[in-house]
Design a protein around this ligand. Structure first.
Ligand SMILES: [Zn+2]
Length: 238
């Protein structure tokens, strides 16, 4: 039976972002899961290469496609793209994965495809002509050891991913449901555009999942301090 064999955390860049209390080191990137029968499953695809010319990064890795190439993975070799949500910094290379089934929560897809302004800037990436898409509703076991966990709040129909690896055990890719480690508590403060009730419910859901499933590692998508400590591609978690 197909199961996850290893996972690569692909770092794109880290950047200091000014906040009232000082600054936060914010990172971005994506994730590649390889199964024991050689299937490539990508979770998100990072920021598009032409994205923004704001403050220079404090640390920059090779591009997403270059890092995949270094792992021996061509875009056409990717069988599945799991979309946590359609914000521009998560869909930046989606159009390259032409053979993949792009899996997204139906709620996120319907909000985005109806023309919501927030997701318009990334539309050429997440809605490229010919994209094969699979819409899902709620929590879904894609295969043994790979579960989609619906975590709305940051965005309607956001999903996180629980990947159980043979050696490491369960790894939670929180995505932007909890994008910084300091937000991983139910009394967190939502941002203005987030749905506060759903965000807190999703945070509680992930906290429960971490204790119930004995999660070995939770990856907070934009946490630059955590990314410093993570094992990055081309090294793998196995
Ligand atoms: Zn994000």
């Amino acid at each position: 039976m197909t199961r996850p064999a290893r996972m690569y955390l692909i770092h794109q860049y880290s950047r200091d972002i000014a906040v009232p209390s000082g600054s936060i080191l914010m990172s971005t990137g994506c994730y590649l899961v390889q199964t024991d029968d050689g299937r490539n499953i990508l979770i998100d695809s990072g920021m598009p290469p032409d994205a923004d010319g704001s403050d220079p990064p404090t640390e920059e890795s090779a591009g997403i496609l270059a890092q995949l190439r270094e792992l021996g993975v061509r875009p056409e070799d990717v069988a599945v793209v799991i979309c946590t949500h359609f914000d521009i910094d998560h869909v930046g290379h989606h159009e390259h994965f032409i053979n993949a089934e792009h899996i997204v929560q139906r709620e996120q897809y319907e909000v985005a495809v109806s023309g919501a302004e927030r997701f318009a800037s990334g539309r050429s990436h997440w809605d490229a002509p010919g994209t094969q898409r699979r819409l899902v509703d709620g929590d879904v076991e894609l295969m043994p050891g790979l579960r989609l966990v619906e975590t709305s709040g940051h965005a309607p129909g956001h999903q996180s991913v629980l990947v159980t690896l043979p050696g490491t055990g369960p790894v939670l890719i929180a995505g932007d449901a909890v994008s910084l480690e300091r937000q991983f508590s139910v009394d967190r403060q939502p941002r203005s555009y987030e749905d506060a009730d759903r965000l807190r419910a999703s945070t509680r859901k992930l906290l429960d999942l971490v204790s119930r499933e004995k999660v070995a590692l939770t990856v907070f998508h934009h946490d630059g301090e955590q990314w410093r400590k993570l094992r990055r591609a081309p090294e793998a978690y196995e």
